[in-house]
Write a protein that binds this ligand. Sequence first.
Ligand code: 5GP
Length: 191
Amino acid sequence: MKLLEEKIRKEGIVKEGNVLKVDAFLNHQMDVELFHEMGQEWKRLFEGRKINKILTIEASGIGIACVAAGVFHVPVVFAKKTASINLDGEMFTSKVESFTKKKVFDIIVSKKFLGPDDHILIIDDFLANGCAVMGLIDLINESGATLEGVGIAIEKGFQQGGKLIRDRGIQLESLAIVESMNADTGEIIFR
Ligand code: 5GP
């Protein structure tokens, strides 16, 4: 998606450790009009899919997922991250290793909000090694819901997440795929 690529080129900052900072428009200050365009693009790309719910993970996926949900006219559920879980049988749970924080979190979704009748589109801001998306897929599988696809704003194509998901036959639509980036020069090349 050209608009998103241009925004990343203009306002993204390449950090050491393969981290792309997009605080100016995506996960601190948020460009809601851009999110709306992204939502419309996913709507086009997932045309024909019977989606009745969007699933994301806190915190930075929530803004994008909410705006996309407005375009799809469906509710959003976000998986909560928690350090310790009270396993009372009311929650679906999985584990996610955070790429940016290098910590393992339990993620939970209440059984009230995910079940066999649901057809889910996963939305998240970044795809790196795929841990966050895989954790969400675990929750979907536990619940008996159907995964319809995965929509990502920025995929870092030089990390393994994209291959992991596509190899499972899942429809993955990343709106910008970074082929390479250089923390010294700030250069970002898109696929
Ligand atoms: P994964 O689980 O695919 O390794 O990483 C995805 C999660 O890590 C995303 O939800 C996102 O919050 C965070 N993340 C991964 N790479 C980056 C990055 O380069 N920049 C930012 N801002 N977040 C990232």
